[in-house]
Design a protein around this ligand. Structure first.
Ligand code: NAI
Length: 338
C-alpha cells in the first residue's frame, strides 16, 4: 500500500492555495494549508506530516528543524529560490532533505526591479497622487534619460542577467560584478569590473546576488561614501544586503538620490500581512517610508501568475521525486554536503 505523505504548508495565503491547488490536480499530494508562520513554536502543527512547505519569512533555524525532526518530518520544501533562512548545517546533521525552486521566473523579479527604476526616475508614485488631487504641477517631477546612463548590476545570475538585458534595451551602459562572469553577457557588451568601480561609476545600482556572509551589508556606510553622488539603489534580492540605517543617512545627506526596495532586513515582522490597523513599531522602516525619493514594495517582485504557477509545479515535483527516492536536482546542502 502506498502511504501518501502529508505536507504542512506554512504561511499559506489565498493566492498560494489557488496556484498550488490548480497544479496539485496533477500531483494529488495531500496539502494541509496553515496560516501560521513556521517557527519553533508553530512547528508542532506539522504533527503527522512527512514534509513541510515553507516560504521566505518562515524560520528554519536549528530549534525549529529539531522540533520538526522530532515530529517525524523528513523533507523541507522551500517554495522560493533563496535559502539563507535555513540552517543547512543543522538540516544536514538531522538528515532533513531541503529542496527549493531555484528558478521560476527570473523575468518577474528583473521586471519589477526595472519598474522601480522607472517609477523612481519619472516619479510616478508622486504624479499618481497629484493628478488625483487635480494638481497638475510638474515641480519636483523632473527625471533623466535612461538612455546613456551607467547601470551597475551586482550578481549576474538568472535575475541579474534578465535585468541586464532589460536595461540594455533602454540604451544603458551596463557594468557588472559577479564571482563568475557570464560570457554571453560579455559578448552582448556588458563590462565586468570590481565592486568599487561599480559604486563609483553607476548612476543606478541594482543588487541581484544572494544573501551570504560575504554579501551581508554589502551596501554600508563605507560603500555609500564611495558611490556616485545621487546614485539610485535598487534591491530586490534580500534586505540584509543593505544596512538600512546607513541608507537613511545617505538619503538625508543627499548622497543617495533614489532608493527602490522590494526587501527589507526586518521584513519578517511586516511583509505579507495587512498591518494597516496597527501602529508601525519599526522606526527604521517608518523613516524610510517618509522620503519622497524612496519606493518600497512588500516582497512582491516574484508575484506574477506565471511565477506562481512555476513555483507550485517545481515544489510539488520536488516532493514527488523525494518521496519516490529519485534524484532531485533542486536539493540544497552545505558545499561540504554537511
Ligand atoms: P542565481 O543563483 O541565479 O544568481 C546569483 C548570482 O550571484 C550568481 O551569479 C552568483 O555567482 C552571484 N554571487 C553570489 N555570491 C556573490 C558575491 N559574494 N559577490 C558577487 N556575486 C555573487 O540567483 P537568482 O535566481 O538570480 O536570484 C538572485 C537573488 O534574488 C536570490 O538569491 C534571492 O535572494 C533574490 N530573489 C528575490 C525575489 C523577490 O521576490 N524579491 C524572488 C527570487 C529571488
Amino acid at each position: 500500500m502506498v502511504m501518501l505523505m502529508k505536507v504542512a504548508f506554512f504561511s499559506a495565503k489565498p493566492y498560494d492555495r489557488s496556484s498550488f491547488d490548480a497544479v496539485n490536480r496533477t500531483f494529488q499530494h495531500e496539502l494541509i494549508y496553515l496560516e501560521a508562520h513556521l517557527d519553533e513554536t508553530t512547528a508542532v502543527l506539522a504533527r503527522g506530516c512527512g514534509a513541510v512547505c515553507a516560504f521566505v519569512n518562515d524560520s528554519l533555524d536549528r530549534d525549529t528543524l529539531c522540533a520538526l525532526r522530532e515530529l517525524g518530518v523528513r523533507m523541507i520544501l522551500l517554495r522560493c529560490a533563496g535559502y539563507n533562512h535555513v540552517d543547512l548545517q543543522a538540516a544536514g546533521e538531522l538528515g532533513l532533505l531541503v529542496a527549493r525552486v531555484p528558478e521560476y521566473s527570473p523575468f518577474a523579479v528583473a521586471e519589477h526591479a526595472a519598474a522601480l527604476v522607472l517609477a523612481l526616475n519619472r516619479k510616478i508614485h508622486r504624479a499618481y497622487h497629484r493628478v488625483r488631487e487635480s494638481n497638475f504641477s510638474l515641480d519636483g517631477l523632473m527625471g533623466f534619460d535612461l538612455n546613456g546612463c551607467t547601470v551597475g548590476v551586482f550578481g549576474t545570475g538568472k535575475i541579474g542577467t534578465a535585468f541586464c538585458r532589460i536595461m540594455q534595451g533602454f540604451g544603458c551602459r551596463i557594468l557588472a560584478y559577479d564571482l563568475y562572469p557570464n560570457k554571453a553577457l560579455i559578448d552582448s557588451g556588458v563590462h565586468y569590473t570590481d565592486k568599487d568601480t561599480l559604486l563609483i561609476q553607476s548612476d543606478i545600482l541594482s543588487l541581484h546576488c544572494p544573501l551570504t556572509p560575504e554579501t551581508h551589508y554589502l551596501i554600508d556606510e563605507e560603500a555609500i561614501a564611495k558611490a556616485k553622488d545621487g546614485i539610485m539603489l535598487i534591491n530586490t534580492s534580500r534586505g540584509a544586503l543593505i544596512d538600512a540605517r546607513a541608507l537613511i543617512q545617505g538619503l538625508k545627506s543627499g548622497k543617495i538620490g533614489y532608493v527602490g526596495l522590494d526587501v527589507y532586513e526586518e521584513e519578517g515582522d511586516l511583509f505579507f500581512e495587512d498591518l494597516s490597523n496597527q501602529v508601525l513599531k519599526d522606526d527604521v522602516f517608518a523613516r524610510l517610508t517618509t522620503f519622497p525619493n524612496v519606493i518600497i514594495t512588500g516582497h512582491q517582485a516574484f508575484f506574477t501568475g506565471d511565477a506562481m504557477q512555476a513555483i507550485a509545479a517545481t515544489t510539488l515535483n520536488n516532493l514527488s521525486h523525494l518521496e519516490a527516492g529519485k534524484p532531485c536536482s533542486n536539493l540544497v546542502s552545505l558545499p561540504s554536503g554537511g
